[in-house]
Design a protein around this ligand. Sequence first.
Ligand SMILES: [Zn+2]
Length: 98
Amino acid sequence: MAQKKIDPKEQARKDRIAAAKMKQMAEATKPSRREPHLIADGNQQRCSVCGYPFPADVHPSMSVAFAAHLRKAHQPGQTTEDSNQAALRIVREATENK
Ligand SMILES: [Zn+2]
């Protein structure tokens, strides 16, 4: 059995890459502290959080539709994980009550 020799320089390089990746992941998954807002995208607007499109002629108005979307999809203090867990709990309760 030939034991693979680890080059300390190669190991240090790998560690640096792994650390950089970890940092990138942490930044990508970290909840945004910025308020959700509309981004212009051609002739429509998009939610800055999830990219949900709002047509320019949305009724009754862009601000009302966006506010309703925020209430429905991005309730303050509620993360995606929380709503997923809540959905799972509802499904579980529904199947248990059968
Ligand atoms: Zn959204």
